[in-house]
Design a protein around this ligand. Sequence first.
Ligand SMILES: Cc1cc2nc3c(=O)[nH]c(=O)nc-3n(C[C@H](O)[C@H](O)[C@H](O)COP(=O)(O)OP(=O)(O)OC[C@H]3O[C@@H](n4cnc5c(N)ncnc54)[C@H](O)[C@@H]3O)c2cc1C
Length: 449
Amino acid sequence: MINTMPTMHEPARAIPIIAEADVCVLGGSCTGVFAAVRAARAGRSVVLVEKTNRFGGVATNGLVCIWHNDLDDRYEQQIIAGLSLEVVARLQRRDAVTVRERNPDTRYILNTEELTIELDELVREAGVVPYLHTVFCRAIRDDGGRIEAVLVENKDGRGAIRAKVFIDATGDGDLAKECAVPFSVRADLQPPTTCAKIVGLEGVDMRKFYNQHRSEYGLPEDAGWSCSIPGVGAVRLHAETHCFGANVADARQLTAAEMEGRQHIRGMMDMARRFLPERRAQLCLLALAGSIGTRETRRFQAEHRLTEDEVLHGVRFPDAIANGTYRVDIHYPKGGGHLFKYLDGRQVSTTHHGQEWSRWRPESTDNPLFYQIPYRTMVRRDCPNLIMAGRMIDADPGAFGAIRVMITMNQTGEAAGVAAALAVDGTDTWQIDPLALRARLAAGGSIVL
Ligand SMILES: Cc1cc2nc3c(=O)[nH]c(=O)nc-3n(C[C@H](O)[C@H](O)[C@H](O)COP(=O)(O)OP(=O)(O)OC[C@H]3O[C@@H](n4cnc5c(N)ncnc54)[C@H](O)[C@@H]3O)c2cc1C
C-alpha cells in the first residue's frame, strides 16, 4: 500500500552514543534474552533492548504460560535442552512450574511472574547490559548494508547503540524492516489474543458458554482455550477469543486490537456475572496481559524458507539449530478455533461446534519423531551483520504454525546469540560455519541432532 500520509522534516541533530558492544539484541522475549545470554557467556559484550517494563515477551507480558515439549514424539529422546531447561530447573526450585509427563500439549506450565524475575536474574548474572522501557526506532547502515548503529528512544530521549552484530528478536522484525529485508503480511494472519487471569471460571465449558451468550455483548463467534496456573487451583489463564483481521504490526490496528481484546474480557466477565450468579462471590479478573498476544505479523525472506512439508516430514538439515515436535497449529482467521496437523499424519479441526478428526496423510509406521529449523532461515547475504530470531524467521504458513511456539523459538534465540558471538570477528552472519555453530551450541548445553 502506498503511504499517502503528509510528511514533515525532523531537523538533523547529533545523537548521543549511549552504548557500544560486540552484540546488540533488540527485543527481550525469552528469544532475545537467551540470545543475549548465550553471546555473553561466549565472552562477548552485549546490550539488550526491550520496549516494555520486563523481559519475556508473550510469556510474561502476554501471560502465556505453556512451554510445550522437549522430548521427541515418542517421549523417548530428549531433543531440546539449553536455556529453556535451565530456566525450567530454576523455576522448579521456586515451585513455579508444573511438569506433566507424556503430555505434548502442556509439558511445562510456568508461573509467568516468577519467570519475569528469573529472566532479570539470568540477564544480570550474564553481565548483559539491559535497557527496559526502550524502543528501537531506526537503523544506521553503511553502503554495504552493514548496520553501524541502532537508534532507540527511552526516558533519556533518543540515543544510538553501536555494535558489531545485531540480533532482531522483536517478533515483528522492526530492525529487519528498517534494513529493507523483503517481507510480506498474509491476508489471513493468525489472529492475536488478549489473555487474562481469571478466578472463578474453573470447570465452565467456556467455548460453549461464550458462544451461547456472546451476541448479546456484541462479541464475535470464537473458540479459544484456558489452563491452570501452578500452585493456584482457582486461577486460570484464559485465551478464549481472537481479534480477527488485525495486523498488529500496524500502529492503529495494534491500538484497536488492544482495546478490542480487553472488551472481549469485559464481555466474558459480564456474561459470567449474569449467567453464573452462584459464582459471583469468587469471580475476579485478576490480571490482564500487558500487551496483546501476537501470533503472526510480518514474514521476512531469508536464505531458506522452511516449508510445512519439511516440518511434517522431519527433514534433517546440516545447519540445524533447533528441534521441535509441536504440531502445525493454525488459528483460523475468523470464527475461532484452529487446525492441528501432527507428525503421525493425523489432523484435527477445532471450532466452537466441536472437533473433526481426519488425516493429512495415510497411516504409516515410519513417522518422523521431530523436525528441525536450519540456521539459513535466520540470515541474509545482503545483511551481513544481522541475525533474525523468533517468530519472524523465514517459514511458510504451515511451518510457521508449528515452529512459532516458545520452546522452539527459544532455541533460535540461543543459536542467534552463539552465531553473533562467532560473527564478532567480522565474518558475515550468513557465512558462519554451521559445524562451528552447532559445536558451540552443544558445548553450551543445547541439544544438537
Ligand atoms: C495468545 C497466544 C497463545 C500462545 N500460546 C502458546 C503456548 O501455549 N505455548 C507456546 O510455546 N507458544 C504459544 N504462543 C506462541 C508464542 O507465544 C509466540 O510465537 C512466541 O512468544 C514468539 O516469540 P518471539 O520472541 O518471537 O516474540 P515475542 O514473544 O512477541 O517477543 C518480542 C519482544 O520484542 C519486544 N519488542 C517488539 N518491538 C520492539 C521494539 N521496536 N523495540 C524493543 N523491543 C521490541 C516485545 O516487547 C517483546 O518482548 C502463543 C501466542 C499467543 C499470541
